[in-house]
Structures are given as structure tokens and as C-alpha cells.
Design a protein around this ligand. Sequence first.
Ligand SMILES: NC(=O)c1ccc[n+]([C@@H]2O[C@H](COP(=O)([O-])OP(=O)(O)OC[C@H]3O[C@@H](n4cnc5c(N)ncnc54)[C@H](OP(=O)(O)O)[C@@H]3O)[C@@H](O)[C@H]2O)c1
Length: 337
Amino acid sequence: MVKTWELKEAFGLDYLQRTERAPEPLGPGQVRVRVRAAALNYRDLLIARGLYDPRQPLPYVPLSDGVGEVVEVGAEVTRAAVGERVMGCFAQGWIAGEPSMERIRHTLGSRLDGCLREEMVLDASGVVRVPEHLTDAEAATLPCAGLTAFSALFTLGALCAGQSVLVLGSGGVSVFALAFARLAGARVFATTSSDAKAERLRELGAEHVLNYRQEPGWGRRVRELTGGRGVDLVVEVGGVGTLDQSLRAVRAGGTVAMIGVLAGGKEPLNILPAVMKQVRMQGVLVGHRDGFEAMNRAIESSGMRPVVDRVFPFDDAPAAFSRLASGEHFGKVVIEV
Ligand SMILES: NC(=O)c1ccc[n+]([C@@H]2O[C@H](COP(=O)([O-])OP(=O)(O)OC[C@H]3O[C@@H](n4cnc5c(N)ncnc54)[C@H](OP(=O)(O)O)[C@@H]3O)[C@@H](O)[C@H]2O)c1
């Protein structure tokens, strides 16, 4: 039997149940993966609370992100071999090119069962190899947060050396964006609510860190820090609650990568600054497999290591969800499987 965590009866973190499932059959073109580590994203909290997709069926296995070892391959599999370490792609059907509803419909940890289980069967076309120097815990952080940051900066943002980036807060996506932006030779500005986290963001290469609680007008301040020009790209994870400041911080003709809803809020938003500055508002949905492999090459050639906040044992999975919900983490929360 396969040790599993699932939400069966109702939404809510209190309903996470430790269960056992029968092993899934392995079809042609599929691989069986012994999961070694899985990572949490803010999305996993939203899904578990029933706030992400009103049509999310129960039961489901949480977590889009995981890494493991291929233990069996089906007929006609050429992309992966037994013994290899692989990660599952967030959107299993999106290999390359533009998104379409068909390509982005089937995502792990939502409509498809996720990685919080000892073993899973995936289509071989939906896995990629792990950069060799990474531990399992580090690799588990890549499929959603890592790739989202990479897509925002490079695949969609076309960032280049000498440009400037603003990252908001010190969560998974933002810390990845900081690391990738530094790798590309960009200047990085950051916000956070904590002085201790500000120090860590500086250690990772942020040039200026602003406390968004103490300095609610951080957008204007960022613009001043760039000599009045504004940053080339904002990694916007806050949503309506931060967008007005992000629009102040971005340069005329710059890009706001629209990623998240951490700061929620339903206040009316003045979009006029986006028009008057001809800002490109670029939605980002994680990324495709080609982008995932491009990111892995960048990680491999640079030796970069993801920032892991804390690793929880499999049986303590609910504590990992609580850690993420607390907002006290820095970087990624991981569960060993
Ligand atoms: N579109 C996509 O493809 C995609 C992919 C991944 C994630 N997302 C979304 O992106 C967002 C971030 O995800 P994540 O997994 O990185 O989250 P996370 O790790 O849970 O991020 C939490 C951190 O966000 C910061 N934060 C919270 N409220 C903030 C605010 N008002 N202003 C600035 N920072 C704030 C806090 O940083 P400090 O403690 O430093 O203040 C907090 O610790 C979520 O909304 C998620 O759903 C979207």
C-alpha cells in the first residue's frame, strides 16, 4: 500500500488525513516514481481551504511539487529510466509554446492528484530530470515556485544584465526571483515585513530592502532609488493589495509580472498609471516543460541552490502547512517523504 495524505471529506487543513492507497497501475508511456520530497506553495493552502477552484473534486492528494526516483517504466518510455531522479511538471500537458486551456487544465495537486504520497504514476512526458547537485529537498522546490520566477524574468520578461527587478516579500517565488535576477546580473530591490528577513534578502544580493509595513509608500521610494526611472520588472505576488505601489515602482514601458494574490484585497484599483506609463501587465502561470528544462540548465551551470526554509517529516505534513500559513518562513517549506 502507498502511504498518502489526502483531503477526503471536506476542505480545511483540519481534514487532511493520513491514508493508504493501492498502488496505481502503470500504463504505456508512464513512469512510477518513489517520491522522496514534496514542497508547499501558497496555492496548496488555497486549494486545501477550498478557496482556489470552486469545482475542485474530493478526495485529492495535495502538493504540485515533488521529486523522486523512477522505480518502474511502462512500455515505450524513452524520456526517463529506472534509477533517475525526476520532478513532475506542474501543468502535465504543457510541453512548450503558448498556453491553451487544454495544456494548462491538468495540474498536479489540484485536478490531478499531487505529490504528498510515497509513490505516484505520471506520464513520462510530464517529468524532467533533476539538476545533479541538488538534494531532494532542494529539487522539490523547483516545479512551481522556481519555474514561475524563471518564466516571469526570462521566458516572458526577457530580463537582461543591468536591468532592475523588484520582488515583493520573502516567500518561495520572490526568493527564487531574487536569486535568478542576480544570476542574470540584474539589480534587485525587495520588500518585506521583517527586519530579520531583510537582512537575509540583502545577503542574497538585494541592493535595497524596504519594510512594506513601516513604509507603505514603497513604490515611490523604489522609483527614487532608481534615480526616478523605476524598475524594469516587478515580480507582483501581492495582487490588488500591492498593485498600486508596484505600478508606481515600475518604469514607463516596464513590465509587471502578475503572479499572485498574497495581499488579496478587493479595493478598487486605479489602472490609469498602467495606461499612462504603457506598462506591460504580463500574467504568469508557472511555465511549460521546455522552460523547466531551461531553468534546470541555468541552475546546473551556475551551481545555484534553492533556499529551503524547513524540512518536515512525512507524518508531520499538517505542521508544514501551518508553517506556510504562518508567513514566518523564508523561501520554501518542504516535506520529506
Ligand atoms: N501564477 C503563478 O503561476 C503562481 C505560481 C506560484 C505562486 N503564485 C502565487 O504567488 C503568490 C506567492 O506564492 P508563494 O508560494 O511564493 O507564497 P509564500 O511563500 O507563501 O509567500 C509568503 C510571503 O509573502 C509575503 N507577503 C505576504 N503579504 C504580502 C504583502 N502584502 N506584500 C508583500 N509581501 C507579502 C510575506 O513576506 P515577508 O514575510 O517577507 O513580509 C510572506 O512571508 C501567491 O499568491 C501564489 O498563489 C502564482
